[in-house]
Design a protein around this ligand. Structure first.
Ligand code: PMP
Length: 569
């Protein structure tokens, strides 16, 4: 198929950047026809700005199956890259593909030097899809559930997932492996407030600071070029992770709160009028409640709530009456930070489309724990924070559907977000730059990219499964404690968060005693005062899990809880 690799090596390696592009265009022209029936969502490879579809013709079985790569793109240069991949992998079996050093080919072609960071990500995405297809056919590899889903059609994670081994994962978190003053190791059960960071994220931040730190989108010197590559590669990774259609739909912010305020004041405030309605819920974090309350006060719009069931879920039987034509915006959390409830975002998105309302999803709690797919779910905006997803503080993400980002006004003005400034007026850059005024949290953005890549390797389906087991274990233990009330639904409707109260025990006293056992939990209103008022309580104790928590953590917590309860009751 195509030119032999040796011929490509000979012709390509010495060309300068411009001639390499021309050569790639020529290779792309000769790409074999990609069957139109294979241009499906399942075969899409994300990571590149152009569209790419990749599939394979397989003859034979197991490790000896010969895999013929079929791929196509709407970009001719990417078609040229596909031609190189086809020549490189030509005639290989599944196991040969898996052991083949494709990076050596790219090095020999001097390819990495000459293609943009976006194309490099796209190329990596294609290689990883090819390896995944090979793994699917090689008998000596077993696919995880998440990988099978990827091959079957979901968005491809950039890295193949290893087995979920919680002890091996926990070892990657330095802070969890340092003994406390009394020699015990911390039992960290407050990941809902902020998660700990794995060594690879800490190392990545250190690498940036020590090796090539510079401002982003400013310098064309070597550090500047490297920083831009790393920064934009984090954007690509994030887009891929969320299932966005393009990296341009990813805006970096300071966190969820900053992101929600941007949407409230950049999209909603200029649009809403008296009589319009904002639909939200009483279970929202203040970050997804107060900005809408402010928009309502300032525009004359009405804030309306979707009722809850007695077990703390959205009452679907009320949807017909609350999703009405007057609703212009729906702001809802994908997962409650107090009740743990997982909300039916796909159904809410469907309702929003029927009434032409804009859907804003607070993903602060869901994105670290549950697979997201913004394009498939058809949400307009999804917001989350870096520090809850094993990444740094001071950084967050707004995913915005491209048309919504075009509509939204910037709320921060200054450098980088403009394309032209005169003494009279300014013209904005296109999104995402339009919303990224001033110097960004550069190291944190790159650290967030490392965290996302790391989490993708674990596979969110496996993460969710692990955390669900912990939640059930915790539930079983808590149910045996007299006078203990758990808030929110049964484990099958919730993520890795459980809040509760014990009769006669003040949550603050309990937290202090748990702390004395090295068990770290959160207490108080968890920035959900309307919800606590709705439940008729002033505060609660909250346990929230991360990927590193173990069944031993749950047992240590239950033991400490029982001792504390006996002391306090
Ligand atoms: N929404 C939810 C559901 C949250 O749990 C949090 C953090 N507790 C936020 C929003 C606010 O996130 P941040 O403080 O990172 O802006």
């Amino acid at each position: 198929m195509g030119l032999p690799l040796a011929e490509i090596f000979e012709e390509f390696s010495d060309l300068d950047r411009e001639d390499q592009s021309k050569y790639l265009l020529e290779l792309g022209d000769d790409l074999p026809l990609f069957p139109p029936a294979l241009r499906t969502e399942a075969n899409r490879v994300y990571g590149c700005q152009s569209q790419v579809w990749l599939s394979a013709d397989v003859s034979g079985h197991g490790d000896n199956a010969v895999i013929r790569i079929l791929a196509d793109s709407d970009s001719n240069i990417v078609r040229g890259l596909i031609a190189i991949l086809q020549s490189a992998y030509d005639g290989m079996t599944a196991s040969e593909i898996l052991s083949y050093d494709i990076q050596a080919v790219f090095r020999q072609l001097n390819l990495q030097q000459h293609i943009s960071p976006q194309r490099r990500n796209g190329l990596r995405g294609m290689v990883e899809r090819i390896q995944l297809l090979a793994r699917k056919h090689a008998v000596s590899f077993e696919l995880s559930a998440e990988e099978s889903a990827s091959v079957a059609g979901a968005v491809l994670p950039l890295c193949p997932a290893p087995r979920f081994d919680v002890l091996q994962i926990r070892r990657q978190f330095p802070v969890l492996n340092r003994p406390l003053g009394d020699g015990r190791f911390p039992v960290y059960l407050d990941s809902g407030a902020s998660s700990q960071k794995p060594a690879c994220v800490i190392e990545k931040e250190r690498e940036v600071e020590e090796q090539y730190y510079a401002n982003a989108h400013r310098g064309t010197y070597q550090f500047g070029v490297r920083i831009d590559e790393e920064f934009e590669s984090a954007r690509e990774l994030t887009a891929n992770f969320l299932g966005a259609r393009s990296a341009d739909e990813i805006v970096f912010t300071a966190g969820t709160t900053a992101g929600l305020n941007l949407i409230a004041f950049g999209w909603a405030l200029p649009r809403l009028r008296p009589g319009d309605e904002i639909l939200t819920t009483v279970m929202e974090h203040h970050a997804n409640f107060v900005p809408w309350q402010q928009v309502a006060i300032r525009t004359g719009a009405r804030l309306k709530l979707i009722p809850l069931t007695s077990d703390g879920r959205l009452d679907a039987s009320a949807f017909d009456s609350v999703f009405t034509e007057k609703v212009r915006l729906v702001a809802v959390t994908a997962m409650s930070n107090m009740l743990g409830t997982i909300n039916p975002i796909r159904e809410i998105a469907r309702r929003c489309r029927q009434i032409n309302a804009c859907l804003v999803v607070d993903g602060a709690q869901s994105v670290p724990h549950l697979p997201a797919n913004v394009a498939a779910d058809e949400v307009d905006f999804l917001v989350f924070s870096g520090h809850k997803i094993y990444g740094p503080t001071g950084v967050g993400v707004v995913y915005g559907r491209q048309s919504r980002l075009e509509e939204m006004e910037p709320v921060m003005f200054g450098g980088h977000m403009i394309s032209e400034v005169t003494t009279e007026r300014s013209v904005w850059s296109r999104p995402p730059a339009k919303f990224e005024a001033g110097t960004m949290p550069i190291v944190q953005v790159i650290g967030l990219g490392a965290a996302i890549r790391w989490l993708q390797q674990l596979g969110l389906a496996a993460v969710h499964q692990h955390e669900e087991q912990l939640t059930r274990l915790l539930f079983d233990g808590l149910r045996e404690i007299p006078g203990l009330r758990i808030f929110g639904p049964a484990p099958e409707h919730r993520g890795a968060i459980v809040s509760f109260r014990i009769d006669g025990v003040h949550p603050e006293d309990l937290a202090a005693l748990l702390d004395s056992h090295g068990v770290f939990t959160r207490h108080g209103h968890h920035c959900t005062m309307p919800l606590h008022a709705h439940l008729g309580i002033a505060g609660s104790t909250r346990v929230s899990f991360g990927v590193y928590n173990t069944a031993d953590d749950v047992q240590a917590f239950l033991k400490a809880l029982n001792q504390a309860r006996q002391q306090l009751q």
